[in-house]
Structures are given as C-alpha cells and as structure tokens.
Ligand binder design. Structure first.
Ligand SMILES: [Mg+2]
Length: 390
C-alpha cells in the first residue's frame, strides 16, 4: 500500500476579522490518499498558507526536503517511522514553527488513515484505553468590546453551557495584556475576579470552571495576587497566566498559587513540553495535537506527563477534526481529565459548525469511547471546496 497524494486545503470563512481572537476562522486541512482509495484527514492551528507552502514545496537539501515528496510512494502504515523521517529530513527548515505544525497535520491524517486501513478506532492503534468516556469542557469566548458586554456575554454563555449538560467550562477572561480580546484593556484585577464570581454564582458549585487569561500578567507576583482574589471560586486551573518563556516565574507561581497552573497551547515537540513540566513546574500541560507535532508526539507528551504526575488537557480551537484527535489522545492518556471543546451551539465560526458531517456526540456532558475506524469523523467535501481560498 502506498501514499499517492497529499492535498492541502487552506480554508477561511468569508467574513473573517483579522483582529478577532478565534482561530476557528481559518484552517489548514491535509488529506492523504492511498492507492487503495482510502484517505486520512488532519488539521493544524496556525497560518494555513504557510503550512501549505511548507508541505507542497520541493526540497533543496538533504535535511531541507519537501514534505509531500517525502510522503508520496511511502507505506502509510509506518506512522512513527514516517514521523522520524519527516522530522529528521526537514530539520534545517522545520525543527519548530510551521514545520512542526505541518508534521502535526500529516501525522493526524496518517493515524486517521491507519484506523481506516485496519478498521479500528485510532485509540486502539495508539495502545488502548482504560476509559469509557472522554470529558469535553465547553470553551467559552465572550462577545463585546467593553467590560460590561463582555462580562454579560460570558455569564450568558456559561449558563447555556451548563444547561446543555457540560460538566465543565472554561471562561475566557482576556481583558488585559498582549492578547486581550476586542481591544479591551482593564488594569484592575478586581474586574477579573468579579467576572469569575459572577460565573460561579450563575452555575452553582457543581460545574467545574477553569479560566484562561491569555498571558495577562507581566510577572508571577501580579498573577498570584489576582489568583488569591478568586480562591473561593474553586477554579480547576488558570490558563496561560504569564508568558510561556518565563519558566522560573511559572515555577514560583505554581508553588504558591491556590489554583492549578496550566499552559502549553503554543508548545511544539515533546522537548518544549518536557522543559515546561520540569522547569516551569506546571500542574496541567496543554499540548495542541496539530501544533505539537501530531498524535505521535502528543502521546509522548502525555506519557511524560503521566510519569511526572502532571495533568493533560489538550488545547484545541479548530474544527471537529482536531477535537476528534483530542478525543483519541485523551482515551490513551490516563492523566487527561478534560479536552478543550468548542460547542457548536455556542461557536460563531461556520468552519467549526459545518466542516465535518459526522462528529463525536456529546451526551450528558460526555463523549463515549469511539468505535468507528480512524478518528471517527466524516469531512464535508462540499464545505472543503466552499471555504477553500482559491
Ligand atoms: Mg487559550
């Protein structure tokens, strides 16, 4: 069996906003086809044209090879072997950044394809599971360009997520710092605390709540002061409180914080995740399957996290393709407690809603261990063409 084609689809919704903070507006989908007619699908979360260029470009050097040319003619069942080959033979151009995202999308597609070849769900090929259910947390991005609207929108969304049956939800409270939403900049952390209190009051004590502040604080002491204000609200974790490079600050914060420290959405390869776990002493590592280097690499991260007693909650802000990859990763990762999940009902992006015809269903806040071959999703070929940037 041989790989006969590797196609890259750079997708974009027509009414995209370059200032928006949702990366569900675009996508890079990879489709790997074989001489049997079977194909696999993967995606990654970065600039779609950049990754498409890296995959399509011809090689010019022994360790600056082209992805597509390396894959054509190869046996797709040799997934880990191909991972090493891609990683080693592109290291001059691709050892981090877009190149690792390219490996991520290709590797995701290969695992989907292998599941279809062997007629098994991908998690079985990855080694098997002890779980019956995977728990998605509803990731909630509020709307509004002033504090009042933003806060009201978040309370409204968390109330809806609770009514939809989600056991957990994440509050995006990104109101200061380099990645604040909709140009809001509120210096006073009491406002952050008020938003957390309002959401906790709205849903009661049973629902698990976590918060993402998107690198809001400049140093660990500011973060600690703010987190002490929400001690009573029982947050499960705080995501990206300070910048990812400040591992010393992260370790100090983690030691004293009343709330678990989570980070990892931007990290690439197991090496960056291992360093963040070892030096940053984080409580929760959040690899994004498509960005970290695919299911092959994400599984290595989860194994390391398990060995170190660290929780895994994969990041995912794309379509049901990436969500499916997170589902299979969670299945094989004992310390993965939740996966990030954009509920269709609360998401604004058409790509999140329409790109996949059949996806894993959330019933009573849980996703049953998948039984269909591969990632267990069906891409909508018409939508792939409709949102394609020509
Ligand atoms: Mg985030």
């Amino acid at each position: 069996m041989k790989i006969t084609n590797v196609e890259c689809y750079a997708l974009l919704i027509p009414d995209f906003d370059v200032d928006a903070c949702s990366s569900a507006q675009d996508n890079l989908v990879v489709k790997i086809t074989t001489d049997t007619g079977l194909y696999g699908i993967g995606e990654t979360d970065t600039n779609p044209w950049g990754v498409k260029a890296i995959i399509d470009a011809p090689g010019t050097h022994a360790i600056g090879r082209g992805f597509k040319e390396l894959l054509i003619g190869k046996d797709p069942r040799n997934v880990e072997g191909l991972w090493y080959e891609l990683n080693e033979k592109t290291m001059m151009t691709s050892r981090r950044g877009l190149g690792i995202c390219a490996i991520g999308a290709v590797d995701m597609a290969l695992w989907d394809l292998c599941g279809k070849i062997y007629e098994q769900p991908t998690w079985k090929l990855l080694g098997g599971s002890t779980k019956e259910y995977i728990y998605p947390y509803a990731s909630l991005l509020p709307e509004g360009d002033n504090l009042k609207d933003y806060s009201d929108s978040l309370v409204d969304k968390v109330t809806k997520a609770n009514k939809l049956g989600y056991k957990a939800a994440k509050l995006e409270i990104c109101i200061k710092g380099p990645y604040s939403h909709n140009n809001i900049q509120i210096e006073d952390d009491a406002e952050f605390a008020k938003m957390v209190h309002r959401c906790r009051q709205a849903v009661g004590n049973e629902m698990t709540l976590m918060a993402d502040v998107a690198y809001a604080w400049r140093d660990w002491k500011s973060a600690l002061r703010a987190l002490q204000m929400v001690k009573e609200d029982n947050l499960y974790f705080i995501e990206t409180p300070i910048r990812i490079e400040d591992l010393e600050g992260m370790a100090k914060l983690s030691h004293l914080s009343p709330v678990r420290i989570a980070t990892g959405e931007m990290l690439q390869t197991r090496f960056e995740c291992m360093e963040t776990i070892d030096k940053g002493k984080v409580d929760v590592i959040q690899p994004d399957v498509g960005r970290v280097g695919g299911l092959t690499e994400a599984k290595r991260v989860t194994q390391y996290a398990e060995d170190k007693g660290v929780l895994v909650v994969p990041h995912c802000w794309k379509s049901a393709i990436g969500i499916a990859a997170s589902v299979h990763l969670s299945a094989v990762s004992p310390t993965c407690t939740f996966i990030e999940f954009l509920p269709k009902e609360l998401a604004e992006s058409q790509l999140r809603k329409e790109l996949v015809l059949e996806e894993h269903e959330v019933v009573n806040g849980a996703i049953a261990l998948p039984t269909k071959p591969g990632l267990g999703i069906e891409i909508n070929q018409n939508k792939l063409e409709e949102y394609l940037v020509k």
